[in-house]
Write a protein that binds this ligand. Structure first.
Ligand code: AHR
Length: 311
């Protein structure tokens, strides 16, 4: 009985005694790589043993990793879910094993009692800020927009699309003429932008909205190769605020980006430490901040600052 009480109730576990499994999506973007670095640093500075599993963009690998963590009896699991659906069964298994799961940077379509908390930004808000920025920038001028979506079925791709559409709603001068996934990668951002330019004719596209900076950076290359000026001929707004986006804005090749902190692990581990030490239940959603950067900011300085942060 004593043993089962110790297993069933969270309590008295110190960070230095914790082993945490981290199921990471992969390394599709600069932001993702930074999140991995920061998570490792956060765990190390607290004396937490972190077991890291890179899923190489596949949900089945994430499910396998979570089952492996459960079998190893970790104290908690961090999960950055590649897509939003299909998690119920494995989250039930973690729950049955009394292992709290914290979601990082993306949300899932699963009952809330299957995870302890989610540390994410307001993904719809990010898209809305991008749309509102473009609406203001165009000030009533006609503008044909192309959109590079994130990974199909992922919560940021769904929510950032929705938010952007809300941000430009009611602006008859703005129209999304093409929208396709670039899978959050630079390489696909370039390939898909090339196809947009070919299909539409470069001079008819007025703006690009990319669901992350890496795709925007790939698209910038495609725009230049098409003989056009990114940031001038085609306005560009994206999300993440990675160093290369700040540099592109400083160079006039991109116009705006919305910051997503790569430090999701800090708040996640704070919540887990409190929960495992004394059972303190965190809020279901721990929201990180979103900040808009434009050419009005000192992007060269921010670029240099961020370069030292693990990006
Ligand atoms: O879930 C967060 C998104 O995933 C980031 O915006 C993107 O760069 C990453 O790959």
């Amino acid at each position: 009985l004593l043993a089962s009480v110790l297993v069933l109730s969270p309590g008295a576990l110190l960070a230095a005694d914790m082993t945490i499994g981290f199921s990471q999506i992969g390394s599709e973007s600069g932001w993702r790589a930074a999140e991995t670095t920061v998570t490792r640093q956060e765990a190390e500075s607290r004396g937490i043993e972190l077991k890291f599993a890179d899923a190489q963009q596949k949900q089945e690998n994430q499910i396998k990793a979570i089952r492996g963590f459960i079998a190893q009896g970790v104290d908690a699991i961090l999960l950055a879910p590649v897509v939003a659906t299909g998690w119920d069964e494995v989250l039930e298994e973690a729950k049955d094993a009394e292992i709290p799961v914290v979601l990082l940077d993306r949300t899932v379509d699963a009952p809330e009692d299957l995870y302890l908390t989610a540390v994410t930004s307001d993904l719809v808000h990010e898209g809305r800020v991008a749309g509102e920025w473009l609406a203001e920038e165009m000030a009533g001028e006609d503008c044909r927009i192309v959109e590079l979506q994130g990974t199909t079925g992922s919560s940021p791709a769904i929510d950032r699309k929705k938010g952007f559409e809300e941000g430009i709603a009611g602006q008859d001068n703005l129209e999304i003429v093409r929208s396709q996934t670039g899978d959050f990668t630079r390489a696909q951002g370039k390939v898909v932008m090339e196809s947009f330019l070919k299909a539409e004719g470069g001079d008819t596209i007025c703006a690009l909205y990319a669901h992350n900076d890496d795709m925007a950076v790939g698209a910038i290359q495609a725009i230049k190769e098409a003989g056009l000026k990114p940031g001038e001929d085609i306005k560009i707004v994206a999300i993440d605020a990675v160093p290369d986006a700040h540099l592109a804005i400083a160079n006039g090749e991109m116009n705006a980006t919305i910051e997503l902190t790569p430090n999701m692990a800090g708040p996640a581990l704070d919540a887990l430490e409190a929960y495992l030490a004394n059972g303190t239940e965190p809020a279901k959603w721990i929201q990180t901040e979103s900040k808009l950067y434009t050419a009005a900011d000192d992007n060269q300085a921010v670029y240099e600052e961020k370069k030292n942060l693990g990006y």
